[in-house]
Design a binder for this molecule. Structure first.
Ligand SMILES: [Cu+2]
Length: 303
């Protein structure tokens, strides 16, 4: 934990930089969920007060409902967005919704030294991935078109006026086996080049007391249940024959604790891919069962 102080400083510097742009105050959301998108406007246009904010609701967002603001007029209109690419020589246009807040008077304009948020509620698409939200900020003098999108990836570094980014995360729905064991938030750490083993993590909750007695996966030559333990002041991991699942209690497999070890990997595990894993259980009477789950490759969900 020696470096955490530095990491915090870097993070602080990074978020200050972000506040200079129009950003979403909540930049992650679950696919298919109802989401309140709040666009934070941190400054005017070169010192000039903000008098209007127009948000282009991205395609796939359903039933966008803007939140009224005192002193601001609200307008919702349908617009055609022309895509910057062509198919068979034709321009592709997309029907989108534009939401516009306009300061009703000079007094309600947003001063450069103040900040405010402009929000709308909408149902998010089922598809996970990054979504860019274009915002036009108009001021008493001048305007800023927050519409730049990186050519690849999601870093806005080097962009002068990037669009606001929303990361839509796929819904890691809980799955329950016939034997009444529920698995939540199952994920696997992606591998780097040459890495032949990795860890998988999840939350297990058994209705009736049971044990996890084995794991297997078509992507791994060997799969084991591991625990972490201190041995002469060194944290080591070791294979265990089974993991107890007490009735009604959630047992968490997490980095630094119990985990599933996938070894002798047949191919690299790339970010956002899905990895099948078979869990083998045994109940208190000795009856065996198994269930197949899908591990999501990437960092865990934050909920
Ligand atoms: Cu391990």
């Amino acid at each position: 934990m020696k470096y955490s102080g530095i990491a915090c400083l870097l993070l602080a510097a990074f978020s200050q930089h972000l506040q200079a742009h129009v950003v979403l105050s909540e930049s992650q959301a679950q696919a298919g969920a109802y989401f309140k998108a709040s666009l934070r406007v941190g400054h005017g246009c070169n010192g000039s007060s903000t008098t209007g904010i127009t948000v282009t609701v991205p395609a796939g967002f359903q039933g966008a409902k803007p939140q009224p603001k005192a002193g601001w007029d609200l307008l919702t209109r349908k617009a055609k967005l022309v895509q910057p690419y062509t198919s068979h020589g034709k321009l592709i246009t997309e029907d989108v919704v534009e939401l516009r807040w306009t300061a009703a008077s000079k007094e309600s304009a947003l001063l450069d030294e103040h900040f405010d948020e402009f929000s709308f509620m909408s149902r998010l698409p089922e598809q996970a991935g990054p979504v860019w939200m274009k915002v036009l900020q108009t001021c008493e003098v001048g305007q800023i078109d927050w519409s730049e999108v990186p050519s690849s990836g999601t870093s806005t570094k080097g962009l002068k006026s990037p669009a606001a980014l929303l990361m839509i995360k796929s819904d890691s729905a809980a799955v329950t086996s016939a034997a009444g064991i529920t698995v939540n938030d199952a994920w696997v750490r992606p591998t780097v080049a040459g890495q032949k083993s990795t860890g998988a993590f999840m939350k297990l909750t058994a209705k009736e007391t049971a044990k996890l007695v084995g794991v297997s996966s078509p992507v791994a030559g060997v799969a084991e249940i591991h625990e972490m333990k201190m041995e002469k002041d060194i944290m080591k991991m070791a294979s265990i024959p089974s993991l107890s699942l007490p009735s009604g209690k959630t047992v968490e497999l997490k980095p630094g604790g119990f985990h599933v070890m996938l070894m002798d990997l047949k191919s690299p595990i790339t970010n956002n891919s899905k990895v099948p894993l078979i869990l083998h259980f045994q109940d208190a009477k000795g009856v065996k069962s198994q269930m197949e789950i899908s591990l999501e490759a990437g960092m865990p969900h934050q909920h």
